[in-house]
Design a protein around this ligand. Structure first.
Ligand SMILES: [Zn+2]
Length: 171
């Protein structure tokens, strides 16, 4: 993947408001179409740092939605951000999960961490301002917000794998 950094630095101020609008529409769709969390999922969300797990809706889709036209679609393509293999996408309280991954508890957890980031940063505008800037400047894999989600999910995974399936999780 080759990213023309200068191009993106220049375009970021144009891209961010478009991305915010796209994300707001996507969240609306997920909130209307999605299902609320089951009690055990609410527990996981809480553990991921979400303050209001009851606000979350999970929307199952064949492919994760992505911008289809204009500057935003071009940016998505150049950054290789949302692709055919993307398994999950969080837009504030709306979470899209690829149907083929719907039983992946750790994927949900990863997305819950992103929900908590939206909450602590103050919503879609603030989150995307930081997230997109990080992705463009540092690369998707090195972005601090993405890293936090990956690390917290690894930790969660380790806890559950060392506990074993038959042991109670709490004493
Ligand atoms: Zn992520």
């Amino acid at each position: 993947m080759v990213v023309n950094m200068e191009f993106f630095e220049e375009q970021l101020s144009q891209i961010i408001p478009l991305a915010v609008k796209w994300a707001q529409e996507g969240e609306c769709f997920a909130l209307e179409d999605g299902r609320p969390l089951e009690p055990d999922e609410q527990e996981d969300a809480h553990q991921a740092g979400v303050l209001y797990p009851e606000n979350i809706r999970i929307c199952f889709v064949r492919d994760i939605p992505r911008p289809v036209k204009g500057v935003l679609a071009e940016a998505n393509q150049s950054l290789n951000f949302i692709t055919d293999t993307t398994a999950g996408l969080t837009l504030n309280y709306g979470i899209f999960i690829k149907r083929s991954c719907q039983n992946d508890r750790y994927l949900y957890f990863h997305e819950f961490v992103h929900v908590s980031q939206y909450e602590s940063l103050g919503g879609i505008t603030q989150f995307l301002n930081r997230y997109l800037r990080e992705c463009v400047e540092q690369g998707y894999e090195n972005s601090a917000l993405e890293n936090e989600a990956v690390k917290k999910t690894e930790k969660f995974k380790n806890q559950h794998e060392t506990n074993g399936p038959n042991e109670p999780e709490e004493f």
